[in-house]
Ligand binder design. Sequence first.
Ligand SMILES: NC(=O)c1ccc[n+]([C@@H]2O[C@H](COP(=O)([O-])OP(=O)(O)OC[C@H]3O[C@@H](n4cnc5c(N)ncnc54)[C@H](O)[C@@H]3O)[C@@H](O)[C@H]2O)c1
Length: 371
Amino acid sequence: MSPTNGSSNGAHPWICLGGSVVTGPRPEGAKAVCIAGGAGFIGSHLGKRLKSEGWYVVAADWKTNEFMAAKEFCDVFAHCDLRRLENCAAVSKGCEQVYNMAADMGGMGFIESNQSVLMFNNTMISSNMLEASRHNKVARYLYASTACVYNETKQMDTQDVALKESDAWPAQPQDTYGLEKLYHEEMCIAYGKDFPIATRMARFHNVYGPRGTWKGGREKAPAAFCRKALASTVDFEMWGDGEQTRSFMFIEDCVEGCLRIMNGECDKPLNLGTEEMISMNEFGKLAMSLAGKDLPIRHIPGPQGVRGRNSDNTMIRAELGWEPLISIRDGMTRTIAWIKEQMEKDGGDAGGYSQSHVVVQTVDSLELLTN
Ligand SMILES: NC(=O)c1ccc[n+]([C@@H]2O[C@H](COP(=O)([O-])OP(=O)(O)OC[C@H]3O[C@@H](n4cnc5c(N)ncnc54)[C@H](O)[C@@H]3O)[C@@H](O)[C@H]2O)c1
């Protein structure tokens, strides 16, 4: 990989952002696709798949990927801040399709304690990426939305909480993270009506798998549970009473679903998740059984999100004739094997691994933009 000014090797007609690298030449006739947030968990898996299908992948992110070399998931890596319109315009130039996977986010503990910063950062990214794509005459645009858009009054129970797409309105998401996503779904719908850009929206339900954040405070429940199951020796620590329910989607299903939604004809938001709902107590026991353990669960106070949530896949089945079906047992078996390897490489202390921490809010990212 060598640093380049983007257009210097004629590979991709974009302007220099600084810190960009071209990892491979553009094959004759290959169509370009931009993945905003391309070095993230979902973005990098998606990039790998699109690259393998012959796309020329431009990944844009303000961070590098800890677990994959750039050449594995993209042909061009643009190291840039996507809150800026000029950067969004530069990276989407000449691209046929744009997947917007960029967001400042993390697990429940992170989202609940960083509301204003996330709202500002994500509003900027989502608005600028969509407008830049319109400006650059991108044909298809997929927005990564979330099950956090749903009205919290529909998620007060642990059972019967399968959410249909229509349950998002009237709006009352639990967090500003979900509210921003809901607003930007509407912006995508309006752009799709007003301009010649086919906009698509996928409401992801808890995506997990190898090569995702597994420690540090931004990790989500599946990775945290694998880590704790492997490290704990006396008991298994869990936020809340463990009765709260969720469904979880393995990364391969998520990538497959993104491709199908992007290239399909449904211009309304679609759930992308499994209908296999599990309580956190059952989920903790599953993680422990995969680690060969059966420890008591110790419930402690902590952020829990809504009481219960599941995906209702009636609409995606009708629209696409497909739905995510990888079981939680299969997905977790593959995830825990990868986390075990990371823990062995990392060599951290088991005491730290067996707990989760809430990351407090800082305004560093806001100051970076203004300065
Ligand atoms: N993983 C899930 O369970 C889940 C669930 C619902 C929705 N989503 C959505 O899916 C998308 C991808 O999620 P993920 O799990 O891969 O998260 P992730 O944090 O791994 O990926 C997001 C990427 O966006 C990048 N980013 C953030 N702010 C940026 C900025 N200003 N400029 C450039 N890059 C920036 C991050 O560095 C990161 O690499 C996000 O939009 C997220 O909100 C994820």
